[in-house]
Design a protein. Structure first.
Length: 306
């Protein structure tokens, strides 16, 4: 879900030196130790290196990610849950995918697949796709305890292993898109595997979050990075190899990538921080959420004659 960046890079920014000292991060200590993360950097990283880093990162962080996120995401409930974002929007309330009954659905970056399992429990026919065996394994373990069983596929979002027009719907809840070097390619791939008239809905961290440090407190309200700087945020090991990569797109970039893939953009939802939610984790907090958006949810469709 709702990814929270693994570190709080107070030094992140266009003026950062190529490799900054890594402050460490309790929430991701096991993954950082396992991968030997020693610093942060801002540098261009292509698709292959991003994918390699993401696979290793999510494998290494799967357990700790679930320690902090599983309950909120409903990972261990028999029928899963479909939560779009840290602000708690649930597909059962919002119906962003429309009618899911009998629909063939692909979930991109499904992690342990609580969303896919919820879709299956509510009449859909989902397939969950994710790069990380560690994340998928967590989903298999949850399914072994009961509830609907969903096919899971290990693959990268930039090359979907599915035939053209094989799905009615596609969705992603903070899966894959912030981590790929070529998100325009993901949009084209999703457009390819959707049937004409199909719908594609994905949530990502709101582009304006990029300019602030990942800090839930007052420090997280101080803009330190240019919104216009698309240079990826990278964590590296002692040899300088990426151990974690996150890519930035502006709001306009996201819209252009959707449109260039031949899709029609129907809506961009920027959820309010709900009054009932006093939870603070990672970069997410009521303090920040009440002032500026943390999530953007893009709703698009493939034209019926497309
Ligand atoms: C923040 S988690 C979200 C998982 C799930 N949607 C959830 O809500 O728990 C991001 C997921 O994206 C997956 N991911 C990252 N890069 C990917 C890529 N290039 N292709 C497919 N999945 C990817 C990770 O393995 C991870 O499971």
């Amino acid at each position: 879900m709702p990814e929270d960046h693994p570190t709080a890079p107070a030094t992140r920014g266009p003026n950062a030196t190529p490799v900054d000292e890594f402050a460490g991060d309790d929430r991701h200590s096991r993954a950082n130790a396992q991968l030997g993360t020693t610093g942060t950097a801002r540098s261009a990283v292509g698709s292959g290196d991003s994918q390699r880093a993401s696979r290793r990162w999510w494998d290494a962080d799967a357990e700790q990610y679930h320690d902090t996120h599983a309950e909120f995401l409903g990972v261990d409930s028999a029928d899963g849950e479909f939560v779009w974002c840290p602000e708690g929007l649930h597909e059962g309330d919002w119906h962003l995918l429309g009618d899911i009954s009998g629909k063939r659905i692909v979930e991109i970056g499904c992690g342990s697949a609580p969303c896919s399992r919820w879709l299956a429990a509510n009449g859909g026919k989902p397939v969950g796709l994710d790069l990380s065996a560690g994340m998928l394994r967590r989903g298999l373990a949850a399914m072994a305890r009961g509830g609907p069983r969903v096919p899971l596929v290990q693959a990268g979002a930039e090359a979907l292993p599915f035939a053209d027009a094989s799905f009615d719907l596609a969705c992603s809840s903070f899966g894959a898109i912030p981590f790929v070097a070529d998100s325009a390619l993901v949009m084209r791939e999703v457009a390819r595997v959707l049937r004409p008239g199909g719908r594609w809905v994905f949530s990502v961290n709101h582009p304006m979050r990029w300019i602030f440090p990942d800090d839930p407190g007052p420090e997280g309200l101080r803009a330190t990075v240019s919104y216009f700087d698309r240079t990826p945020y990278v964590e590296v090991d002692a040899a300088g190899a990426p151990t974690y990569v996150e890519h930035h797109r502006t709001l306009g970039d996201r819209v252009r990538e959707i449109v260039a893939a031949g899709l029609v953009l129907r809506d961009i939802i920027e959820p309010d921080w709900p009054e009932w939610l006093d939870r603070e984790w990672g970069q997410w907090s009521p303090l920040r959420g009440e002032i500026f958006p943390g999530t953007a949810i893009f709703v698009s469709e493939k034209p019926a004659d497309g």
